[in-house]
Design a protein around this ligand. Structure first.
Ligand code: CP
Ligand code: NVA
Length: 307
């Protein structure tokens, strides 16, 4: 059975910890592992725009001895003239792994079902699991552990990042609190999965509409754009609905004294986060962005060994 990484819990908590430790080792010795020596090619497909994901996968595949093949779907047959299944059958004869940023999770599932090589979710409408590996690595670097820490997410509870924080952080033994305005609550699927995982891993899952309650005592405070890719038509209404859900210095004062701030980026200063916070001493966003590279290299090297 080919292993894929389409959502946070496609790996076990033990495998998640193993990949994060491997990422930390790879960061310290960047060119030590060459699983794509040959060089083998890895396809990296984008249906949506990207800076970090595009760069970190391209650089990471090169670091691992391989060649990245970046495909923008606007100039390919995928999705217009050719099905996902047929695309998978063409790609898996030639590439070592398939990385895909897309809209529907169902598309990724169809790609994986028809591919003999690993498929990695580089962001879908439902999950952003590669980002969570980088975030957990950053937390592990800053605190020396993830177990027993509290993370608070303030903002759009219904988006991909909120769902991934719920499940991936629960897997890492963290407590997760999500504060969002009414109508933007986290998905029932993500909350119930996070609660199920937290019951084993020792964390608590809290869903609230009070940012201060969520942030109280948190070790890590996170947010994300209020207007995810694909939601642009709702921009004006969303800006109104999310008023009061920005991460401000005043809100950060409710967190633990040594709390850090994370944001997957791109960030919209003055909306989901104040410049003073994201550009201030508690912010770890540049380590977080760099860690996309190391975390994804560890993931790809690990997947190469499973299949
Ligand atoms: N955080 C993240 O995935 O960034 P990009 O959209 O730039 O890839
Ligand atoms: N929630 C955001 C994340 C961007 C990395 C989006 O889907 O646009």
């Amino acid at each position: 059975m080919t292993r894929h990484f389409l959502k946070d819990d496609d790996i076990t908590p033990q495998e998640q910890a193993e990949i994060i430790e491997r990422a930390i080792a790879m960061k310290a010795d960047r060119f030590a592992e060459r699983p794509f020596a040959g060089p083998q090619t890895v396809a990296v497909i984008f249906d949506k725009t990207s800076t970090r994901t595009r760069v970190s996968f391209a650089v990471g595949i090169s670091d691992l001895g391989g060649v990245p093949l970046i495909i923008d779907t606007g100039v390919s047959q995928l999705g217009k003239k050719e099905s996902v299944a047929d695309t998978a059958r063409v790609l898996d004869r030639q590439v070592a792994q398939i990385v895909w940023r897309t809209y529907a999770q169902a598309g990724l599932e169809e790609m994986a079902a028809n591919s003999k090589v690993p498929v990695i979710n580089a962001l879908s409408d439902e999950w952003h699991p590669c980002q969570l590996l980088a975030d957990l690595m950053t937390i592990r670097e800053r605190f020396g552990k993830t177990q027993g820490l509290k993370i608070a997410y303030v903002g759009d509870g219904a988006n991909n990042m909120a769902s991934s924080y719920l499940v991936a952080c629960a897997m890492a033994g963290m407590s997760v609190a999500v504060a969002s305005p009414s109508g933007y609550d986290p998905s029932e699927k993500a909350v119930s999965r996070a609660r199920e995982v937290a019951a084993f891993q020792g964390g608590q899952i809290t869903v609230t509409s009070d940012p201060k309650e969520a942030v109280s005592g948190a070790n890590v405070v996170v947010t994300d754009t209020w207007i995810s890719m694909g939601m642009e038509v709702e921009a004006e209404g969303r800006k109104r609905d999310f008023a009061g859900f920005g991460v401000t210095s005043e809100l950060m004062a409710s967190a633990a004294d040594d709390a850090i701030f994370l944001h997957c980026l791109p960030a919209y200063r003055g909306f989901e986060v104040e410049a003073e916070v994201i550009d201030g001493p508690q912010s770890a966003i540049w380590d977080e962005a760099e860690n996309r590279l190391h975390a994804q290299k560890a993931l790809m090297a690990w997947l190469a060994e499973q299949n």
